[in-house]
Design a protein around this ligand. Structure first.
Ligand SMILES: [Zn+2]
Length: 474
């Protein structure tokens, strides 16, 4: 059995002015391609194409996408004939001048291989799913956890379903419903209601007799596209009515509980967030600078939280981090112990941020390595700040220890994300979201949407909708 593997994965934030370039992608080729995914599968000949992924960011430059796509297609052409294709995608990829990237990629692949060759796709549950994608792929399955803990499991599930179809010589049937709801991913943490029960429903459906799989996608609210919304995909072995029934049931239940999607912690204006953090008895209190969330395409260079911490004369706080190539390199040149006047941040997101002039003492420097960009840890009055030479989110305990910083020793830790990532949850005594401005503003009504399919809840208020009349079968 010969299966080609690969993919192009990107969560595109169309509000970002920082376009995603070819050099922003990390690219796996040859044996490296999805090696961790295919490890447990034996007796199958995997032919690698290319797997490219980049930190969430702005629209992908057309030339960059076409370069990656055409290389993937060239590998695929060499690998023919094939029994199947597995692609690891995101679902919220937008390309300059093309639009929905996943649909374009599938269309290009379908023009190369016949409809007889099954294609399986794994997705991030923050994907905005276009009908064309569901039509052209035979199997689609999305993560079931946010914060994500099931990436590899999801990829392997897609692959297992593909192998099952190839072995049985069968083609599954699909039901697809787009639910007219737009919410930040932050409002659908899967161990909190209503997402917890809805995803339990997803698991139950995929175990039901005659069913192969089900997905509930929350979508990415910061991709302004006609496909931005929640969606449901139900896949049955052969019975369309079964797929229809489960897709409608899950979509109706999601719609019924629409007003329950909310922040899991206090979400406050930045000054109140800082005052609240100060009033907490025990630290570390993590403040998410949610409008400048690098993990959802924020620039990661808005120094607003730092400015507010300094104004409030806070002692014992850490800002992890602020992206500023120029400031970081000045600190690296000056060396540990130097004190210098620098301008921090506000250079990438010029719409929502402005630079901050400070006097900083360099405490530590970390050169760029395979784990991340070069860093400079500086002290500015009572606040330690990690300056990063590239956009970089401190999502793991390792990312802090690499900077030589112990976050548990601070009263307040500011991070450029929305919901806290799993490892940070284990050390945070308290978590608060600051409703800051930026490309990932949690207050969606403040964003200049132009391409959404309207009406959409809650931006257009509440309205009547039913899943039954919005199901598409493939
Ligand atoms: Zn995601």
């Amino acid at each position: 059995m010969r299966i080609a593997i690969g993919g192009i994965s990107h969560e595109t934030n169309t509000f970002s002015t920082l376009h995603t370039r070819l050099e922003d992608f990390r690219i796996q080729r040859g044996r490296e391609v999805l090696a961790d995914v295919i490890k447990p599968f034996h007796g199958i000949t995997f032919t690698p194409t290319l797997f490219a992924y980049a930190t969430p960011g702005g629209l992908i430059e057309k030339r960059a996408y076409l370069t990656l796509r055409d290389e993937l297609l060239a590998y695929l052409e060499q690998a023919l004939p094939l029994d199947g294709i597995y692609l690891s995608l995101h679902g919220a990829m937008e390309v300059e001048g093309i639009g929905d990237g996943e649909s374009d990629l599938l269309l290009a692949i379908r023009s190369l291989v016949s409809d007889e060759v099954p294609i399986a796709v794994s997705l991030d549950l923050h994907g905005n799913i276009a009908p064309d994608l569901v039509k052209m792929a035979d199997i689609l399955t999305a993560y079931r956890t946010a914060p994500h803990r099931d990436h590899i499991e999801t990829c392997r599930r897609a692959l297992r379903l593909l192998i099952r179809c190839i072995q049985g010589g069968t083609r599954p049937v699909k039901a697809f419903v787009k639910i007219p709801i737009i919410i930040p991913g932050e409002f659908a943490v899967t161990d909190r209601e209503p997402a917890r029960s809805l995803y339990e429903g997803v698991r139950q459906i995929s175990l039901a007799p005659g069913m192969l799989d089900a997905s509930l996608l929350i979508g990415c609210a910061w991709t302004d596209s006609p496909h931005t919304s929640l969606s449901v995909i139900a896949i049955a072995e052969s019975d369309h009515s079964l797929a229809h029934k489960y897709a409608v049931g899950l979509a109706e239940e999601t719609w019924r509980r629409r007003c329950e999607f909310r922040p899991e912690v206090e979400a406050l204006p930045v000054d109140e967030a800082i005052q609240h953090a100060i009033s907490c008895e025990q630290g570390p209190v993590f403040i998410s600078d949610s409008g400048d969330n690098i993990t959802a395409g924020g620039a990661g260079d808005i120094p607003l939280c730092l400015e507010k911490l300094l104004e409030a004369r806070v002692e014992n706080a850490l800002v992890a981090g602020i992206c500023d190539t120029e400031a970081a390199s000045k600190c690296l040149e000056a060396g540990v112990g130097a004190t210098l006047h620098i301008t921090i941040g506000g250079k990438l997101d010029r719409i929502n941020g402005r630079p901050l002039d400070v006097t900083a003492k360099v405490m530590r420097i970390v050169p760029e390595d395979e784990h991340g960009p070069s860093l400079a840890v500086v002290k500015i009055e009572g606040v330690d700040v990690i300056l990063t030479s590239k956009r970089y989110a401190f999502t793991t305990l390792f990312s802090f220890s690499r900077a030589g910083v112990d976050p548990t020793r601070y009263k307040i830790v500011v991070v450029k994300m929305g919901y806290l990532f799993p490892e940070l949850r284990t050390i945070a005594r308290h978590s608060i979201w600051a409703l800051t401005p930026g490309f990932t503003d949690l207050c969606l009504e403040r964003l200049p949407y132009k391409r959404l399919t309207r009406p959409i809840y809650p931006l257009d208020g509440d309205f009547a909708w039913e899943a039954r009349s919005n199901v598409v079968l493939y």
